[in-house]
Design a protein around this ligand. Structure first.
Ligand code: GDP
Ligand code: IMO
Ligand code: MG
Length: 428
């Protein structure tokens, strides 16, 4: 049995797509277990950036199985667009791409409600893809699963009830009769499209594990966006943390062998919410431009800041991370000075562990340690010893502060631009 979870340790966009693409060669199955098309995972394919939102980042390898499991919320229209793009690139997914029959679907009214809530309530800065409202329906036990969608009478009945329940929220924004008509007009095309992909993915995973196949679980978002362990309420509505694999894919905890945390060499965040090390100066602008820090899903500029070891210690603990990949180190190579946040300070008290209080999260100031810049090239380097001495020191210091080992370092966008610091690890 060989299973590995690859997950984000910050606020998403750590480079999970690239890392999963890198490791997929060693995997037989690549599994998305939570989130939806709020994710944007970038891979470099035929020398060009290629963004996947729902389909696992292993799909570009022709022989791999790719699964979307029950913990994911699926927007069928958006999925169809993604499948069409793959087809244009001659990537065949038939008989190797499957979606759980228990995955809930996102319908057009979820997106409308997402927008209404954003404009009315506490602004989260969501992707407006309907993610939160679709998960809310699941929790309220009125959601519609793919298996329900395939039975037209069941679907129509649920749709009717859902629309009645939502009249009060929707009535000022849309004509509900029109909305229902449009959803039903799409039905034939979308149900025919999705039917061949629907399967019992939990069963498929269990069978694959029994057959000694290698399985890679790919998170969307990151630990600080986790519904339970993130910066609530500025979070997404699912559980990207390692524990999310068990409920999100239907896999028992003793089936998980290893967890690899993906961690950017600095910090970014898209959307609202606390961000203690955020920079509003030219260094923040430099990181944004050098790192191409613009949302892969919404195009929004990402907020940028120094590395925050407080949030990473939190991630290391809640996910039981022993191994990390440090990404985008090359994007820091021209900085004169580098800061690392070692703790937070609020009302003269020092916090080394991530505080749950929204007041402290919002107003705490970072306690920094300063280091000289790398003074040398990082991009193109192929082994740890060839990195500038100061870059090596930076990595070692991060390891000390976070209590887990950095076994891989990513120094460019391309799949192969990865330094294997520890060559002895068999990831899968
Ligand atoms: P994800 O959501 O975690 O998959 O990350 P995104 O794809 O949203 O954002 C990461 C961005 O950084 C993408 O544009 C990647 O191509 C890029 N990237 C990933 N790793 C590296 C790296 O080591 N160096 C550089 N320069 N870019 C990287
Ligand atoms: P990947 O997988 C970065 C953020 C949104 C918003 C909050 C809630 O590419 O790392 P939602 O639409 O999920 O209800 O929005 O979460 N967010 C992400 N930020 N990367 C992502 O995915 C994100 N998915 C959601 O910006 O702040
Ligand atoms: Mg992303």
């Amino acid at each position: 049995m060989s299973t590995l979870i690859v997950l984000g340790t910050q606020w998403g966009d750590e480079g999970k797509g690239k890392v999963v693409h890198y490791l997929s060669k060693q995997a037989d199955y690549i599994v998305r277990y939570q989130g939806g098309n709020n994710a944007g995972h970038t891979l470099i394919f035929e020398d060009k950036p290629f963004v996947l939102h729902l389909i696992p980042s292993g799909i570009l390898f022709p022989e791999k199985y790719c699964l979307i499991t029950n913990g994911v919320v699926v927007d069928l229209k958006s999925l169809k667009r993604e499948v069409d793009v793959l087809a244009k690139k001659k990537i065949v997914i038939k008989n190797r791409f499957f979606i759980s029959e228990q995955a809930h679907i996102i319908l057009p009214y979820h997106k409308i409600i997402d927008g209404i809530l954003e404009d009315r309530n506490i602004k989260i800065g969501t992707t407006r893809k309907g993610i939160g409202p679709a998960y809310a329906d699941k929790v309220k036990r009125i959601g519609i699963r793919t298996v329900d969608y395939l039975e037209r009478d069941v679907f129509e009945d649920l749709l009717e009830k859902n629309l009645i329940e939502k009249v009060a929220v929707l009535k000022d924004k849309v004509d509900i009769t029109d909305l229902k008509k449009k959803i039903l007009e799409d039905y034939n095309e979308l149900s025919e499209f999705v039917r061949p992909f629907i399967a019992n993915t939990s069963f498929m995973i269990e069978r694959a594990i029994s057959d000694n196949k290698r399985i890679l679980f790919e998170s969307a978002q990151g630990t600080l966006l986790d519904l339970d362990f993130g910066t609530y309420p500025f979070v997404t509505s699912s559980n990207p943390i390692a524990g999310g694999v068990c409920s999100g894919a239907g896999v028992g905890p003793t089936r998980i062998n290893n967890v690899l945390g993906v961690m950017k060499a600095y910090t970014t965040r898209v959307g609202e919410g606390p961000f203690t090390t955020e920079l509003f100066d030219e260094v923040g602008d430099y990181l944004r431009e050098r790192g191409g820090e613009y949302g892969a899903t919404t195009g929004r500029p990402r907020r940028c800041g120094w590395f925050d070891s407080v949030i990473i210690r939190h991630s290391v603990r809640v996910n039981d991370i022993k191994h990390l990949i440090l990404t985008k180190l090359d994007c820091m190579e021209d900085l004169d000075k580098i800061k690392i946040c070692v703790a937070y300070k609020y009302k003269n008290k020092i916090y080394k562990e991530f505080p749950a209080s929204r007041t402290i999260q919002k107003y705490a100031k970072p306690v920094y340690e300063e280091m000289p810049g790398f003074n040398g090239k990082v991009k193109g380097v192929i082994n740890f010893e060839s990195l500038p001495t100061n870059a090596q020191r930076y990595i070692k210091r991060l390891e000390e502060l976070i209590g887990a080992s950095i076994d891989l370092v990513s120094v460019g966008r391309k799949r192969e631009e990865i330094i294997e610091v520890n060559k002895d690890i068999n990831w899968l």
